[in-house]
Each structure stands twice: as structure tokens, then as C-alpha cells.
Design a protein around this ligand. Structure first.
Ligand code: C2E
Ligand code: MG
Ligand code: MG
Ligand code: MG
Length: 278
């Protein structure tokens, strides 16, 4: 370990127990410089109107290529970013980049296109969140009604707080969507609060419904409930034609999944949009 005194960090790493701690540390440190090192990228997954098959919008999904560890899944690095607070800076970068990109596509003639951006609970809890959303919309010239913020159900635990921030966001005019609906904690009272605009049916339901009668009933029930409560419904994780067809028959308005399109780089979205508009 003599080298360690000369500033070699590999000795420090060896003191930590196990490889996973080393990885964890590399990820945590790497995240802090990921934006300035231009390692973050957004891919966009099309969301289509299942009834007309037209493209309705896109969901922004974050990608990180670590210089040494390669592609890291958001499922792994988002929780780290939430823990060390980097999600605030990163989340803002995602919102800015996705809104600027949406502005470009709208000026290219796809003026009705919407953008969905995932936001973490930690971002929403940060003071001044709604103000920063407002500023980003003003700077990018995006109509607030074309931006949807996707929130996971865990946020609904602190009902009083979320209601307050949701109210501010609704005043700005953005759409609010509950992601992975059906897997978390949201109580039905949140749905009656009239602040939520859409529900995304979790992919486990989409993928399980054809093999299981009860799962199919749950999907049907969520879609019917959505219609009754005036909520827009998006089914996630559509991987087969049969799933798409079934959801269409159940009256689900929107769909998203590998069968429709994988998440695409911005350049590929350009081509996708022009091809679909012909
Ligand atoms: P999510 O928001 O529920 O996004 C859907 C995930 O399912 C994405 O994974 C997408 O690539 C994947 N997916 C889409 N269609 C299919 C399909 O047909 N089959 C299967 N098996 N998977 C499909 P991804 O991109 O790895 O993102 C994972 C999660 O990470 C997201 O889940 C979201 O919760 C989070 N995330 C991604 N980007 C951001 C971000 O910018 N900010 C925050 N806070 N969270 C993000
Ligand atoms: Mg999402
Ligand atoms: Mg989801
Ligand atoms: Mg472009």
C-alpha cells in the first residue's frame, strides 16, 4: 500500500469490503462530473395513440455512459443520484434538454407533440421546483400543456405536501402523470383530487394480462376507472401485437413499448417522426 501515500486511490478501494462498494463509489463520484464530461444522453421513446396509431408524444429516458464502467442503467444510478443529491442538477438538465428538443421538433412541424419527463420525489421536494419548471418552459418556449411530469406513486405518501406542489404545477399548466400505476401506494383519493391528468399502467400488467385472467381484469378495471375519472391512460411495456390489440379493444388511449418502438436517439426520432407523418 506504499503507493497510496502518493495519492493512489486503489489502496483506498481495497480497504472497502467488496467490489460492489468500489463500483458504488465510482458511480457516485462519476455522477458529479457526468454532465460536464458530456456522458449523459437522453433517448426518447414514442408514445402512440392506440386508436389512431399516430405519435402523440415521447418519453425522455436518461442514459449514462461511464468512462470506465460503460452504460449504466437508470435503475442503478438514479437511486444513487437521489441519495447524494445530484438528482437535482441532473433532473434539471434532463428537463432543460428534453424541453429544448421538444421545441425543435415542434418547430419542425410536429406542433402537437408532447414530452413526458420523469421526475424524482427528491426533485419535487426541493424548494423552488415549480418555479424552475416555469423558467425552463419560458426559456424553451414550450407550451406548458405539452409537458407531462411523470411521478412515481411513492410521492403520494406525503399527501399534504404533494397536493401543495401539484397545485403549483397545475397553475403553471403542465400535465401530471402517475408512473408505474398499480405497483405503489397511491390511494384512490389522490385520483379524485383532480390534479392528476394521466395514469401509466405498469408494464407488469401489460405483459401479464394475456396469460392471467385476474391481471386482465385489473387492466380492464384501471382503464374503465380512468375513463370514469376523466384520466388519460397509457399502457407501458407493450412487447407484442397481441398486447397492443387487446389494449386497443379495452379502450386504452395511449401505448408505449418495444413493439411500438424502442427508445431512440434524438437523430433517430427525427427520422421516425418524418416516416410516420407520411
Ligand atoms: P419508467 O419511467 O417506468 O420507464 C420505462 C422503462 O421501461 C424504461 O427503462 C424503458 O426503456 C423500459 N421499456 C420501455 N418499453 C419497454 C418494453 O416494451 N419492455 C420492457 N421490458 N421495458 C420497456 P429505462 O430507460 O431503463 O428506465 C428505467 C427507469 O428509470 C424509468 O422507468 C424511470 O423510473 C427512471 N428514469 C429514467 N430516466 C429518468 C430521468 O431522467 N429522471 C428520473 N428521475 N428517473 C428516470
Ligand atoms: Mg416514466
Ligand atoms: Mg413506468
Ligand atoms: Mg435535432
Amino acid at each position: 500500500c506504499a503507493k497510496a501515500h502518493g495519492g493512489n486511490t486503489s489502496c483506498l478501494y481495497s480497504l472497502l469490503d467488496g467490489e460492489s462498494d468500489v463500483r458504488q463509489m465510482k458511480l457516485e463520484n462519476g455522477l458529479r462530473t457526468s454532465i460536464e464530461n458530456e456522458q449523459l444522453q437522453i433517448v426518447y421513446q414514442p408514445i402512440i395513440n392506440l386508436q389512431t396509431t399516430r405519435v402523440a408524444g415521447l418519453e425522455a429516458l436518461l442514459r449514462w455512459e461511464h468512462h470506465e464502467l460503460g452504460n449504466i442503467s437508470p435503475a442503478e444510478f438514479i437511486p444513487i443520484a437521489e441519495k447524494n443529491g445530484m438528482i437535482i442538477t441532473i433532473g434539471k438538465w434532463v428537463l432543460e434538454t428534453a424541453c429544448r428538443q421538444l421545441g425543435e421538433w415542434q418547430s419542425d412541424g410536429f406542433s402537437e407533440l408532447c414530452m413526458a419527463v420523469n421526475v424524482s420525489t427528491r426533485q419535487i421536494y426541493e424548494k423552488g421546483f415549480s418555479e424552475s419548471v416555469k423558467v425552463i418552459l419560458e426559456e424553451t418556449g414550450v407550451n406548458p400543456s405539452k409537458l407531462t411530469l411523470e411521478i412515481t406513486e411513492s410521492l403520494m405518501q406525503d399527501h399534504n405536501f404533494s397536493t401543495h406542489v401539484f397545485k403549483e404545477l397545475k397553475e403553471i399548466g403542465v400535465q401530471l402523470s402517475i408512473d408505474d400505476f398499480g405497483t405503489g401506494y397511491s390511494s384512490l383519493s389522490v385520483l379524485s383530487s383532480s390534479q392528476i391528468d394521466r395514469l401509466k399502467i405498469d408494464q407488469s400488467f401489460t405483459q401479464g394480462m394475456l396469460g392471467d385472467g385476474k391481471t386482465q381484469s385489473i387492466v380492464k378495471t384501471i382503464i374503465d376507472m380512468g375513463a370514469n375519472l376523466d384520466l388519460e391512460l397509457i399502457a407501458e411495456g407493450i412487447e407484442t401485437q397481441e398486447q397492443e390489440e387487446t389494449l386497443r379493444q379495452f379502450g386504452c388511449q395511449y401505448g408505449q413499448g418495444y413493439y411500438i418502438s424502442r427508445p431512440l436517439s434524438a437523430e433517430k426520432v427525427d427520422m421516425y417522426l418524418f416516416a410516420k407523418s407520411r
